[in-house]
Design a protein around this ligand. Structure first.
Ligand code: AP5
Length: 219
């Protein structure tokens, strides 16, 4: 399956993507994780992206689209992928449409995670991520690690993202409403949007998402 995951910062896209990708046997492709990996490796791409990310703004399209295309061209994504954080504006959505059209394939669904704004702020404020693997995501209250500051999965150090400050989160939410939400209408016109509530336990949201994807695949 080829799926796009969309939702505000802190909605639980990364958390759900880890489970959905495993259940569906497709790679989880997160442009945020790709940028963070480039930053920690000190690459030119990371240097270009860092200032935009720290400010909560979108990294310019030419950089982002090239990076996402490169990743999607890898062999593990040949038969499907779960995109998390891409596309993030209508220009990126059009670039993705053109790329898929060129390859003679189509998206199967756009899974839209709905969460009230006060909840996303709480989720982001308490988020902790593993330095070894950014797919190991915890929350100080909702999904606390057994030992404070230590990843349950691999023992890595847990840290708070640089862009999880109150001020940056406000900018990220504004960017989401003005630039990312319009892609939902773009895909609604293509009959691809499936909206679910992302409230409740992580496992409940995964079950809801799997059920919604199954129905959209049958329909
Ligand atoms: P990115 O990394 O994509 O961040 P984001 O979209 O802001 O999303 P988050 O990672 O903050 O949240 P999430 O929805 O994944 O939530 P999570 O699962 O962690 O992008 C970062 C930056 O990179 C952007 O601002 C931009 O600068 C740049 N960028 C990336 N892609 C780009 C693009 N395409 N174009 C241009 N620039 C781009 O969950 C949050 C917390 O909640 C966790 O602590 C988790 O444990 C907890 N949680 C999850 N689910 C539940 C639940 N059901 N109940 C309780 N707690 C929960």
């Amino acid at each position: 399956m080829r799926i796009v995951l969309v939702g505000p910062p802190g909605a639980g896209k990364g958390t759900q993507a880890a489970f959905l990708a495993k259940n569906l046997s497709i790679p989880h492709i997160s442009t945020g994780d790709l940028f963070r990996a480039n930053i920690s490796q000190g690459t030119d791409l990371g240097k270009q992206a860092r200032a935009f990310m720290d400010a909560g703004r979108l990294v310019p399209d030419e950089v982002t689209i090239a990076m996402a295309k490169d990743r999607m061209a890898q062999s593990d994504a040949e038969n499907g992928f779960l995109l998390d954080g891409f596309p993030r504006n209508v220009g990126q959505a059009v670039a993705l449409d053109e790329m898929l059209l060129g390859e003679g394939v189509k998206l199967d669904a756009v899974l839209d995670l709905e969460v009230p704004e006060d909840e996303v702020v709480k989720r982001i404020a308490g988020r902790r991520i593993c330095r070894n693997d950014s797919s190991h995501v915890f929350h100080v209250t909702y999904n606390a690690p057994k030992t404070e500051g230590v990843c349950d999965v691999c023992g890595g150090e847990l840290y708070q993202r640089d862009d999880d400050t109150e001020e940056t989160v406000r900018t990220r939410l504004e960017v989401y409403h003005t630039q990312t939400e319009p892609i939902i209408d773009h895909y609604r016109c293509q009959g691809l949007v499936v909206t679910i509530s992302a409230l409740g336990k992580v496992t409940e949201v995964t079950d809801r998402a799997m059920e919604a994807l199954k129905k959209s695949d049958e329909g």
